[in-house]
Design a protein around this ligand. Structure first.
Ligand code: ZN
Length: 152
């Protein structure tokens, strides 16, 4: 498991340093702002939906390494997915960071998302890792609302 953990560490460091899809989306169909007051993580997530498919995801903002890497990986894995698939991945991710998923067994299927399984050992960081996902889910459900998502 130690080798896996190093690999996960690498994914988080890489995505924190070089976040993917880190930009404002001009022609988004949905956007939502998310805030984690415990850590100070604060992001806006942008989505472009085309006929029930997530054609593009991006995010902008600031926060700790885990929150930023999580938003970055999320933006990559969700592109091209349907809203239903995105919701299923959200549940999967939640299981992962709260320690309900047997990561070792599921690592291959989970791919890059498995990088965040280590978070389950640090309950305070679960909110950092989940912020972008909660924000995205609210964007998909809530349409164009201006209210902010908060982890508290
Ligand atoms: Zn954080």
């Amino acid at each position: 498991m130690a080798i896996l953990r190093d690999l996960y560490q690498e994914v988080i460091l890489d995505h924190n340093k070089h976040p993917r899809n880190f930009r404002v989306m001009d022609h988004c169909t949905r956007s939502k702002e998310g805030y984690n007051p415990l850590c100070g993580d604060h992001y806006t997530v942008y989505v472009r939906l085309e006929g029930g498919v997530i054609a593009d995801v991006s995010f902008q903002g600031a926060g700790c390494a885990i929150s930023k890497a999580s938003a970055s990986v999320m933006s990559q894995v969700l592109k091209g997915k349907t809203v239903e698939e995105a919701n299923a991945l959200f549940d999967e991710f939640r299981g992962l960071v709260t320690g309900r998923t047997d990561t070792e067994r599921e690592a291959e299927r989970l791919g890059r998302l498995a990088a965040f399984s280590g978070v389950s050992e640090f309950p305070a960081r679960v909110k950092c890792a989940s912020l972008a996902w909660h924000t995205l889910k609210a964007a998909l459900e809530g349409g164009e609302g201006r209210d902010k998502v908060t982890t508290e």
